[in-house]
Design a protein around this ligand. Structure first.
Ligand code: PBG
Length: 324
């Protein structure tokens, strides 16, 4: 008889033959920075997550470091929005100042800056509008400006999340010209037009004022198109490619992993977080076990990097040996 159960007899042997290993080093935690002072406001759609002013971020970062999480990705919520999202590339914009603060006070933290315009534009779209349509070629010039200002402020990596064509090469070109040859780009390559971003848009005030993002983010029905996006981004110079969201798109993670030799990131987005939180609050699921299973599934699918609002909790689970 085939006895596959032999290798499941106890924890030692189960751990020995484990196929997927998870490390705290692979976790990235998203943070929302808001202009102002003394703000640490819980996000209604994402209980346990906060919009914070720079002067209140120390506690959050210390908890991350204590748990063993060393990487963050930053989002900014400016007071002033306009049609070109000018606060996104302002030298003293909210994200630029947050980057400066973190790099100065917590040099061990690896700071990734999300490059996008939707939190900064009055219309909430991820680019420059021309006749109610997001204009690709003028947008990528702005994206490169945003990325440059973030890197000048000290960002260790930039992560364009806009889904415009040609933005990776435009950003690479501008960073190289200015001497930032060693700053990597993590491209949100296969980013789907997903309903799972709903809670984030409430958190970041970034819902589009009209229409949707389907003319730039991907159709959820497509697979091969994701591979095309990934290939293009790598040719343009992406150092890391991302699939987003994670949980409903694990097939894409696996396929992207198969066709690439750069690291693959998966972003477990706000909707995934909000669903787990609400079900857990009601006592319908075991939150810790669920988040561990979700993380394992992303890594098992092929992710090398996992961006999650549960980074701190997962790191603790790894420490306790619940996953690893
Ligand atoms: C900006 C951006 C979004 C997310 C990450 N970067 C929102 C969007 O595309 O609408 C979503 C993250 C999340 O839902 O957790 N474009």
């Amino acid at each position: 008889m085939f006895r596959t159960r032999r290798l499941r007899a106890n924890e030692n042997i189960r751990n020995m033959v484990r196929e997927t290993r998870i490390s705290k080093d692979a976790l990235i935690y998203p943070m929302f920075f808001e202009e102002g002072e003394n703000i640490l406001e819980e996000i209604e759609s994402m209980p346990g997550q906060y919009r914070m002013s720079i002067d209140r971020c120390d506690g959050v970062i210390k908890e991350l470091l204590d748990a063993g999480v060393h990487s963050v990705i930053l989002f900014g919520i400016p007071k002033h929005k306009d049609d070109v999202g000018s606060e996104a590339y302002h030298n003293h914009g909210i994200v630029q100042e947050a980057i400066r603060y973190i790099k100065k006070n917590f040099p061990d933290i690896y700071v990734i800056a999300d490059v996008c315009m939707c939190e900064y534009t009055s219309h909430g779209h991820c680019g420059i509008l021309k006749n109610m349509y997001v204009d690709n070629d003028s947008t990528i010039k702005y994206l490169a400006k945003i990325a440059l200002s973030q890197v000048e402020a000290g960002a260790d990596m930039v992560a364009p999340s806009d889904m415009m064509d040609g933005r990776v090469s435009e950003i690479r070109k501008v960073l190289d010209e200015k001497g930032y040859k060693n700053i990597p780009i993590m491209a949100y390559s296969a980013k789907y037009a997903s309903a799972f971003y709903g809670p984030f848009r409430m958190a970041a005030d970034s819902a589009p004022a009209f229409g949707d993002r389907k003319s730039y983010q991907m159709d959820v029905h497509n697979v091969r198109e994701a591979l095309k996006e990934v290939e293009d981004d790598i040719l343009e110079g992406a150092d890391i490619v991302m699939v987003k969201p994670a949980m409903s798109f694990l097939d894409i993670v696996t396929k992207v992993k198969e066709i690439t030799n750069v690291p693959v990131a998966a972003y477990s987005v706000s909707g995934e977080y909000a669903m787990v939180k609400s079900a857990a609050k009601n006592g319908f699921i075991d939150e810790e076990k669920i988040i561990c299973e979700m993380a394992v599934s992303a890594f098992r699918a092929g992710a090398d990097i996992y961006i999650t609002y549960y980074a701190k909790e997962l790191a603790k689970c790894i420490e306790k040996g619940i996953i690893g």
